[in-house]
Ligand binder design. Sequence first.
Ligand code: DC
Length: 445
Amino acid sequence: MSKQRIIAIDGPAASGKSTVAREVAKRMGCIYVDSGSFYRGVTWKMLREGVNTGNPLLVLPALLKSTWTFEVRDRAVVFLIDGEEPGEALRGKEVREAVSDIAAMPAVRTFVVRKLRRLKKLGSLAMEGRDIGSVVFPKTPYKFYLDANPEERAKRRHAELVEKGETEKAQEVLESLQRRDQKDSSRKTAPLKIADGAYVIDTSGHGIEEVTRILMNRIAELEKPRSDKMINPIWYRLTCKVFGICLKVCNQYKIYGIRNVPKTGGVIIASNHASYLDPPAVGASSRKMRMTHFMARDTLFRNPLMGAFLRRVGVIPLDREKGDIKAMKTAIQLLKDGASVALFPEGTRSLDGELQPPKPGIGFLVAKGQAPVVPVYVHGSYAAWSKHSGGLKRLPVSVIFGKLITQEEIRSLGEGRDAYSLIGELIMKRIAELKENFEKGLIHE
Ligand code: DC
């Protein structure tokens, strides 16, 4: 039997996710699930029963009285409510206008999420919606977020409506879509957001075929066999455990956004660097998802005991005198083979704790390694242990993992030397954003 995959495809209305999800389902032998149709189904039923769709106290009892049955037809899930199939009525204007209120009700969401999760027993699923990667199946490695600007989305939705013979004006469609976007992303329960670890694809200006290809390539990338064979897992686990315990005891160390680190596939973990504590903090925290290769001065390998240890935990020796070509080549190969490599784009520790500009080599490595990047901000390590702290202090340290920077975004910066510096700058910009958001208290676990 082939492996079960749950492919989560989220995004705002008319971002192209339905068409892409259907196509991916077809090509990967999955069952397609349109989770939005479940919220539409609830709305349809309430309208039919004459229940006020704005009042959760009336909606829930009516909903609990209904019986839902499921069928798989043409490799897609369809449902009947009390023996009746809503069909095209789900797409009508009445349902469309009321569905956001219904979808914002926590009790309705619990009801629908439970039903969606149960579909797992059918086999591999390609499920599209708003909260599939964040709430319904947060543990799936296959998470995607499709986006496009509102004008482009409204244009697509308008064209669909015209084809169906509806008479709404383009401007009305845009306004209705913006109203729904606003409601979907500002509601308290499971708002529309990019799930941790989701691969974001901007579909503006891209055809279905191209988006499907990007998505399938990403799945193939995630399924490459593990290539961190250079690392001895027992030594690595032990080392991270020791670092983790020390950091917890001495620095009340906390981790945020760990699910942004994909468990498989080539990835670069790029962190700011202000302290000796950064490599152990990044290593011990990212270990929760996977093992990663670090780089260290080759002079550290001269001590036989230290050298043996560093090799066991997969550290790549870096020859500072002769340039970093050999280390770069090793890292690029590891990334291409699907391993994780941790880097400090600023090159060396910051002298004052502030973020520094990136070294030119980072962009080259990211471009050649053809892997996405997880930006990481380590907070508090400078105060806890820097060149000026006078030894280790018991001050708090936090490690914050940010959203994945995709290869498509990296490639959009161009090619060659100019692009390399832009790539480095983009990574440092994302780290700076994490710093700002963390310091403003906007990042929560
Ligand atoms: O994708 P759609 O337009 O058919 O979705 C209908 C509504 O349901 C829309 O307001 C968003 C909401 N929805 C949701 O809240 N969570 C989902 N997983 C899917 C849809």
